[in-house]
Design a binder for this molecule. Sequence first.
Ligand SMILES: Cc1cc2nc3c(=O)[nH]c(=O)nc-3n(C[C@H](O)[C@H](O)[C@H](O)COP(=O)(O)OP(=O)(O)OC[C@H]3O[C@@H](n4cnc5c(N)ncnc54)[C@H](O)[C@@H]3O)c2cc1C
Length: 597
Amino acid sequence: MPEYKAPIREIQFVMNEVLESEKHYASLPGCEDATPDMISAIIEEGAKFSERVLSPLNQVGDQEGCQFNDGEVTTPTGFREAYQQYVEGGWPSLAHDPAHGGQGLPESIGTVISEMVGTANWSWGMYPGLSHGAMNTLQEHGTDEQKETYLTKLVSGEWTGTMCLTEPHCGTDLGLLRTKAEPQADGSYKVSGTKIFISAGEHDMADNIIHIVLARLPDAPAGTKGISLFIVPKFMSDGDAVGARNGVACGSLEHKMGIHGNSTCVMNFDEATGYLIGPANKGLNCMFTFMNTARLGTALQGLAHAEWGFQNSLPYAKDRLQMRSLTGKKNPEGAADPIIVHPAVRNMLLTQKAFAEGGRGLIYFCAQLVDKTKLADTKEKAEADALLAFLTPIAKAFLTEVGFESANHGVQVYGGHGFISEWGMEQNVRDARISMLYEGTTQIQALDLLGRKVLMTQGDSLKGFTKLIHMFCKENADNDAMKPFVEPLIALNKEWGELTMKIGAKAMQDREEVGAAAVDYLMYSGYVTLAYFWARMAYKAQQVLEQGTEEEAFYKAKLTTARFYYARLLPRTRSHAEIMQSGAESLMAMDEEHFIF
Ligand SMILES: Cc1cc2nc3c(=O)[nH]c(=O)nc-3n(C[C@H](O)[C@H](O)[C@H](O)COP(=O)(O)OP(=O)(O)OC[C@H]3O[C@@H](n4cnc5c(N)ncnc54)[C@H](O)[C@@H]3O)c2cc1C
């Protein structure tokens, strides 16, 4: 049976040593409680819960799936009980406002817990994950009364939340959405329409579900400028209790490729009572709070499937005996050598490892930026906001693409057994596949990065990040041991800017050039971004090794993995650079009617 073991040492390395979390928390007001002892204790408890409670339910969730019966959804065996334990452990409130029952810890600590929960069982983790986004949205845009009524219950975990954007005819282009909201004399709204693909839209884990819904007011302008945001509860709130049933119900469950343990619902809103959050017609702006939380959450999914794939590939590769090593027997007593001796198998294992560990560096860095956007002073907050806006599409799209690749390597390491359900490797691939689709597909993240974030800021957002790389390289200019990392990084950092200028210039003549280059631009950006984090990890490892340590093997492995990343993954930038410069012509030349020939 596949298993999850929380990689606590890896987590500590990135958090404490590479990203210096102690210094980070000390610099932020309100983080006084985030002491190293407190953080370690939280991580250890989160690890136990993920390993012992959630991991054993991962295959159960896949095999049983959710059941739909007359509007009610039953989650797989054990999901409901696990949620009760999660609530009793106080986990939903971890990174939320004490004024509403939260523990007030920084978001970056919540990210570590989400990583462990999500890697152990992604389908289960989506239920509290969606609630977290709903809480952040209410915290930022809700009125005091809305916070008191809904946020408090979400923070305690008694209720859960959803995000309702997608409709049958639109997912990417939300400007097309049709769900209506009619104002009522008492200040509420009657919300009517159909939403599809709503994760955790209906289930049996909590007493009430708070839907955060995009809809149009009667006089709203067309397109994205006419969308407003509403709270629509499943049950009306009645003081501290749950009141009458509202006019929102699950019409059916989708049958899908993966994440079977999470309910994906068609939600019908039939004059359901709703309450406006934030200003009228500014709903999409307010929803961005939710979407940004969800995008970083989905970036975590990439890390989760890479980590899970690696953890479960490694013991198999050490155990499975096939063929002999090219350089002579490594297991002379056995009938054959373990497959880990073969370079091609090592390539797959190291790819999974390098993406998982590099991805952790990127995500935890983003989580620290989130802390700063919430707690830092004005100047630092503005810088963090800009950097986070730039890195979010990279983290979301790049890490989910390479997470899927890593999950796929897991199947390959197992050979034919990888295709057989028992081992869990094929589930990991099926569960990973959605991550490149929801929360904005890879193509949409790529347009966001190149079009909105980079070209529309005249490259300023890119410079915000390349400046960090530049400073790191400068600080290590005289460090011979870091040369193998610093030299390629300097060259790529320069090339990144040049490629951006070239595409920008072409886009002035023909805007199709942006769409034609965007995905390769994003992947290129992802490889360079991870190279920066691998260089920082290599630097830390090198420093510790120089000072002397009892954990020599651990730090040497970091250096070896960093070298692997630079030798065998970073060169993928070459093909992305070439393709992104090849222009739109070869894509646009084919007449639509000629595709068939
Ligand atoms: C399991 C699951 C769970 C989900 N959970 C939720 C949820 O909780 N809440 C919610 O609101 N939604 C949810 N979704 C919906 C999801 O976010 C959408 O499916 C996704 O945003 C894509 O929208 P679409 O399916 O309408 O595809 P489309 O928008 O129709 O896109 C189809 C294809 O066209 C491409 N495309 C579209 N426009 C462009 C462009 N301008 N340039 C380049 N390519 C383009 C896309 O990348 C994609 O490849 C979920 C979906 C699934 C399958």
